[in-house]
Design a protein around this ligand. Sequence first.
Ligand SMILES: Nc1ncnc2c1ncn2[C@@H]1O[C@H](COP(=O)(O)OP(=O)(O)OP(=O)(O)O)[C@@H](O)[C@H]1O
Length: 214
Amino acid sequence: MQLTAENLAARRGEDLIFVNVSFHLTAGETLVLTGKNGSGKSTLLRVAAGLLKPEKGTVIFRDEESPQGRHPGEVSHYLGHRNAMKDELTVAENLEFWQSFLGHPAAAGLPLEDAAEAVGLSGITHLPFGYLSAGQQRRFAFAKLLVAHRPVWILDEPTAALDASADRLFAGLIETHLAKGGIVLAATHQPLGLKNVHEMKMTGFAGMDQRVWG
Ligand SMILES: Nc1ncnc2c1ncn2[C@@H]1O[C@H](COP(=O)(O)OP(=O)(O)OP(=O)(O)O)[C@@H](O)[C@H]1O
């Protein structure tokens, strides 16, 4: 399994945000994007998730099922700054929606209550999402990644609004995903405590600088 980006460039409005961004990740690998506010981290993640068209370049996912390659958006979970949950629906209804929308019967995820337990919040999935605290909401947004299996996780500031125990819990869930051969592409200002992580420091239009972080 591999995720490859070649010479990506992206524009927001009139401005080119970055050019010549390339990376190659195989099963079990993580790329963390760092860089100051506005340097293009979210923009690159949105391009990888297929939510934004690149100005130039390609990003392709390949595995045994699709040796010719497919867009990673088809096989990714995207956790953005927002939680992508409806306040009026219960947690269970939200997760059921994502399970059927993102799920692939051949590679089922966890049952809802198991996913809730995995993020440390069993027993409250009957509550409307809007009743929950910011940290609880973020934990359930993360549970979305567990109810349907997808090999690539694209995470934009996954630990925003979380306490230290949730940071560790998310790091553990990410480690488990990587140990099973998953791929992670994440933007974060906080180290996630992962090992052997590649770092790409976004520097805006000037390009980027690649090194190992961990
Ligand atoms: N829809 C848009 N139209 C025009 N410019 C935009 C749009 N969305 C983002 N930008 C600009 O693109 C640049 C990159 O934004 P991006 O959100 O990718 O940065 P970031 O590195 O993720 O920042 P942060 O650390 O603050 O989350 C910023 O200068 C931002 O103002």
